[in-house]
Design a protein around this ligand. Structure first.
Ligand SMILES: [Zn+2]
Length: 104
């Protein structure tokens, strides 16, 4: 598996290639508190990423530590090809809010 990112409070660590794609979108990284780009996790999954959740477990409660995103080595290139397309659909959808397309 190829590690793509570790997202944690105030100290997320993305692969440069992944990070650059996200920055280019202009999306707000801190839409969900200090977990950078965490709001877009479902879209990373659609692009093929797997999520592993890290918790501190203390008997009857736990602390959230972060998530690791990874992809099988052979799918890494496909991830980087598909991700910008999915994010573009998201951005296009947001800018078209409330506007119905009318057919001529
Ligand atoms: Zn803890």
């Amino acid at each position: 598996m190829k590690k793509l990112a570790f997202i944690t409070v105030d100290d997320s660590d993305y692969e440069d290639r992944f990070w650059n794609i996200l920055v280019e979108t202009g999306l707000d990284p801190e839409e969900f508190e200090a977990l950078e780009y965490f709001s877009y996790l479902p879209f990373f999954v659609l692009a093929g990423a797997s999520v592993e959740t890290h918790l501190h477990i203390h008997g009857d409660h736990f602390h959230f530590q972060g998530v690791t995103l990874s992809v099988p080595d052979e799918l890494e290139e496909a991830f980087y090809e598909v991700l910008p397309q999915i994010l573009q659909q998201l951005i296009d959808g947001e800018t078209e809010d409330g506007e119905e397309e009318e057919e001529a």
